[in-house]
Design a protein around this ligand. Sequence first.
Ligand code: PEP
Ligand code: MG
Length: 599
Amino acid sequence: VQDQATVDEAALMALGARGLIRPSATALQVVLGPIADVVAVEGALAGVTAAPGLAVGPVGWLRATDCDVPAEGCGIAAEEAAFDAARHDLANALTARARIAHGAERAIVEAHAAMLDDPALLAATRHGIARGASAAAAWRAAIRPQGEALRATGDARLAERADDMRDLERQLIARLMGLETTAPVFAPGTILLADDLLPSQLLGLDTATIAGIAVERGGPTSHVAILAATLGLPALVAIGPALRDVAEGTRVILDASEALLHLDPPHEKIAAAEARIAAIAARRADALARGHAPCHTRDGQRIEVFANLGSVADATLAMANGAEGSGLLRTEFLFLERETAPDVAEQTADYQAIADTLAGRPLIIRLLDIGGDKPAPYLPIPAEENPALGLRGIRVGLARPEILEDQLRAILSVRPVEQCKIMVPMIASLDELRQVRTVLDRLCAELGRTDRVPLGVMVETPAAAITADLLAREADFLSIGTNDLTQYALAMDRGNASVASALDGLHPAVLRLIGETCRGGAAHGRWTGVCGGLASDPLAVPILIGLGVTELSAAPAVVPDIKAMVAGLTLPAARAHAQAALACSSAAQVRRLAREFAA
Ligand code: PEP
Ligand code: MG
């Protein structure tokens, strides 16, 4: 079973929900200390934001129950045949769904289909049947321990993949038992409540009737969280057992941006929330209508607003939202979930398709960010105790030069040649950039290219941020990956739900590193951009501009909002605001300041 982390990342990027999860009140505050910016609110349950947004409506429960299965089979041949037929049926259904699905949904359904072919799972099930178990019991006995093992790793991302295993267990057993797989029907505007929502359960619903989602368990990077964000549904997860007491039909306000579920609020509060929802919708429509022009601040500073991409579908969405290009193409999606590395022709075709969709707009292609917790079967990286600190990003490319060379060749083959820039992830020292530049120059010479192909550094390590002046002397641009920069600056694993509530890129330490990066870039006339989650966070944008950032690469869906926000700023105001933010003592204090600035 492979980790789906990068499918998540590619998908989430398409949604606007990637990056750092907003702080919220959880039991973990006890461990982490009080989070000043989340106040316990009477009559409300707190959770973790999986997809931001606001919704009002009555709740509808979706309760998942395990169905009983016969322990013993009716003969090995019959059970084998039943298993094969059910698996075949499910595989067909998943393939059919994948064919019509896009983006995140497609990636998830394909991941489920791949799991269904897992040889170890199939062998374990057949072994169970051979020992006399029914096909359903054998399947459950085979798949469940795998899910539990993932959960037991303590790794939040792997634990969330356990949900996918459970989903697959449930779907195949439903077929074996001839159970009704049709989904319940909810009234339009329902806030869906679940103890643990599985991706197929959400996809099986008529999501047009769902206004938001609140889940007892789950994690902010789970597949269901990604799907919710794709569908534009506000979603709150990890609310805890208190959710169980919320009765069917209770009216609630789901404020997923603030990580709160207000139960049975008074009429005035509902009316105020409904007015806010209408105002947000009107603002969005307005931003979208005006969002296709190049972006400037109110006093004329050009700020490029780009989109982060992982697929052609993302590029299409980015174009529809007025993105001026792409500041980050995450190429990992091409490399995972397969047995061999994609060859040069395949990579070229994929990059070309995305470049074509952008119709000549700039495309910054990030070299493969793989390894560590994003394993590819053909990359034999030994298990590491600290994958985030191990062989990942450009370290893999330098250790496996054939992979780096193939990718560079593919990028150099995209036409028109001037459309693409190349960006190197996880740089920790100048020497790494030099090594990539040497390979790039050699390949350019081989291909007869004489122009200098722009090569930029992704600033994701504190080392890169504080040596930005050294890097900028040789890099053509700098782009800050605030997701990783935050994780490494705060020493908090971005995939670990236990620290999610404190992992905030608006921490003054991270802002100071961003300021240093901009200063280092400017010292050598290089532009500095942000392609991490902070570029999609409206509260962060004025601070980033004030620190000297001139390019923002955001999730495609939020590009119009970011453009509208930039258009309302002046540089002196943004600079003064940024200086005040640098002087704050906590991320919570910065967020308060940013809210006042936005008000
Ligand atoms: C980042 O780290 O901010 C970034 C954009 O890269 P990724 O999220 O793909 O690691
Ligand atoms: Mg990163």
